[in-house]
Design a protein around this ligand. Structure first.
Ligand SMILES: [Fe+2]
Length: 191
């Protein structure tokens, strides 16, 4: 017979180092991330934790959610373009050398994630950037509820992008992905 240890039923296991909140904010400041964006990531982090703590039927690593949210826009120290997510992943993985799971959260947060085929189309390193883990999905979704620190609906968030880039096929597909993530998360909250 298999007896569960406490560790078995607790949380998503973490590989690699997860900085503390103070360390994570310190990293962003050291890289000169603007105050506006730091305020944004803190708002996203609060929302992400709020979502995560309402889910009790599956294990979620709250530390990963909190720090992943704080670091999700780290790529903006280099560019505000669409590829800031991929660049953020690279900074976390190759320069900071902290948990790979944090790199994944950063690179999968953009829109509703990017598929391997889309990555190829956009000329970014060809791999799958769709949010898979519960922590990745929560941060991706929480980010969609904000424009800066202003709370918005997914509808409003995408309306802004549609105005800027046109209601193209890719953005429509992204919106559907985010709505699917929202449905998935809410079903976990209210099973
Ligand atoms: Fe963001």
């Amino acid at each position: 017979m298999h007896y569960f240890e406490d560790d078995d039923i607790n949380e998503t296991s973490v590989v690699g180092y997860i900085p503390t909140k103070t360390e994570a904010i310190g990293l962003l400041q050291k890289l000169n991330l603007s105050k506006n964006i730091i305020n944004h990531v803190l708002a996203v982090s609060r929302k992400a934790i709020k979502l995560a703590t309402q889910i009790s039927i599956i294990p979620i690593n709250l530390k990963l959610v909190r720090i992943g949210a704080i670091l999700h826009d780290i790529g903006r120290v280099r560019t505000h373009d669409f590829d800031h997510a991929v660049i953020g992943g690279q900074i976390i993985r190759e320069e900071l050398k902290i948990s790979e799971q944090l790199a994944r959260i950063a690179e999968t947060h953009i829109l509703g994630g990017i598929s391997k085929e889309e990555a190829k189309e956009f000329g970014i390193p060809e791999k799958d950037y769709l949010p898979e883990s519960i922590e990745e999905k929560i941060v991706c979704l929480a980010d969609k509820y904000f424009i800066g620190v202003k709370k918005v609906s997914i509808e409003q968030r995408f309306k802004n992008w549609f105005i800027r880039y046109g209601e193209n096929e890719f953005l429509l597909r992204s919106k559907k992905r985010v709505e699917d993530i929202e449905t998935f998360i809410y079903k976990l909250m209210f099973p």
